[in-house]
Ligand binder design. Structure first.
Ligand code: PXG
Length: 295
C-alpha cells in the first residue's frame, strides 16, 4: 500500500517524495532527525521528541521552516493521513538545497519531511529469550567533537559500530567512550541491575539523553526501584544481575549475554520484566491522533 509522505507541508506519495541531490542533508549529513512512535492512535512522548528535534537543530544553527507547535501538528496530520494506529514516525529537517561546499549559508531554505509507516518490530523471541551483545572497538563520537545529544543525519559513527556488531553475529553493539567506559548501543541506551538497583551511564560521559531512558527512570521511581546514573566499566557490565536496552523503536529489550559472558541467570531478569510491563502501560497515554479537531 502506498503511504503519504509529508514533504515540506504537502502530502505526496512515496514514489513522488523526492529531495534534491544538492540537499546538504544528503551531501554532508547536515540535518537532524527524530524517531517517534504511536501506539493505538496515540503518539508517545510527542512533546519530548519535538523539543529534542528543535534542540538538535538549534545546536547546529539550523532553523526549521516551521515552529515547534506547527511541527507537532504536521506530525499528527501525517499519522492521521496514513490512518495508522501503531506507527513509526521519522521526522527529518535538512539544511536544504545548496551549492557544493560545506558552507551552510549556501542553503537558503531548510527542508523537512515526515514519514509515518507501520512499525517493524524485533522478532518476539528476542524479547522472550533476550539479546546477545558484543562491545565493539568503534568509540562513540566524543562530546567535544560532536555532542551525542545531537541526533544529526550523520550517524556514521553508530553505523560503523552496528556493522562491527553484525559481523560478530549481534543485532546491536555496545559502544564505549575513549576511556573505555560503557556508554550505550548504536540506537538504544543501556541499563544494568545490581542488587536491585538500576544503573545507567550519566549523559555527561557521552550518551544520548534517551526519551525511553528517561521514562524508565521515572517508572523505576514510581515502582520504588532505586536508580542511579553512574559511570561503569565492562567489569560491572559482565557481572550485573540483569541488563536491558531502551529505545523508541526497541522499547525495553532484555540482554542475556555480552562478549560471551552470561549476564545473571542468562535469562531475562525479574526487574527488567517489571519495567517492561509498566512501560507497556504508559505507552497508552500518548497524544491522541484522531480525537482533536485539527485538520
Ligand atoms: N542512543 C542513541 C545513539 C540513539 O540514536 C537512543 C539511544 C534511544 O533514544 P530514545 O529517545 O529513542 O529512547 C537512540 C535513538 C531507528 C533509530 O530507526 C533509532 C534511534 C536512532 C536512530 C535510528 O531505529 N534511537
Amino acid at each position: 500500500m502506498d503511504i503519504w509522505i509529508n514533504l515540506n507541508g504537502k502530502f505526496v506519495k512515496k514514489k513522488e517524495a523526492k529531495i534534491s541531490i544538492f540537499d546538504h542533508g544528503l551531501l554532508y549529513g547536515d540535518g537532524v532527525f527524530e524517531g517517534i512512535r504511536s501506539y493505538r492512535g496515540r503518539i508517545f512522548c510527542l512533546d519530548e521528541h519535538v523539543k529534542r528535534l528543535y534542540s538538535s537543530a538549534h545546536f547546529i544553527m539550523l532553523k526549521p521552516p516551521l515552529s515547534l507547535e506547527e511541527m507537532k501538528k504536521e506530525i499528527i496530520l501525517t499519522v492521521r493521513k496514513n490512518q495508522l494506529q501503531d506507527a513509526y514516525i521519522r521526522v527529518v529537517v535538512t539544511r536544504g538545497e545548496g551549492d557544493l561546499g560545506l558552507d551552510p549559508e549556501k542553503c537558503p531554505r531548510a527542508s523537512y519531511f515526515i514519514i509515518a509507516d507501520k512499525i517493524e518490530l524485533y522478532p518476539s523471541e528476542i524479547y522472550e529469550r533476550g539479546l546477545e551483545l558484543v562491545t565493539v572497538s568503534t568509540r562513540r563520537n566524543p562530546t567535544f567533537s560532536l555532542d551525542p545529544q545531537v541526533k544529526s543525519l550523520n550517524y556514521l559513527n553508530n553505523i560503523l559500530a552496528k556493522i562491527q556488531g553484525k559481523k560478530a553475529g549481534c543485532i546491536e553493539a555496545i559502544m564505549l567512550n575513549q576511556e573505555g567506559w560503557v556508554l550505550e548501543c548504536t540506537g538504544d541506551n543501556i541499563f544494568i541491575v545490581e542488587n536491585g538497583t538500576l544503573v545507567t551511564p550519566p549523559t555527561f560521559v557521552g550518551v544520548l539523553d534517551g526519551i525511553t531512558r528517561d521514562v524508565v527512570m521515572k517508572l523505576a521511581k514510581q515502582l520504588g526501584i532505586p536508580c542511579s546514573e553512574e559511570v561503569f566499566s565492562c567489569y560491572r557490565l559482565y557481572n550485573a544481575d540483569e541488563c536491558f536496552l531502551t529505545g523508541t523503536a526497541a522499547e525495553i529489550v532484555p540482554v542475556v549475554k555480552i562478549d560471551d559472558r552470561e549476564i545473571g541467570s542468562g535469562k531475562p531478569g525479574e526487574i527488567t520484566e517489571r519495567i517492561k510491563k509498566e512501560f507497556q502501560k504508559v505507552t497508552r497515554k500518548g497524544t491522541p491522533v484522531y480525537e482533536t479537531g485539527k485538520g
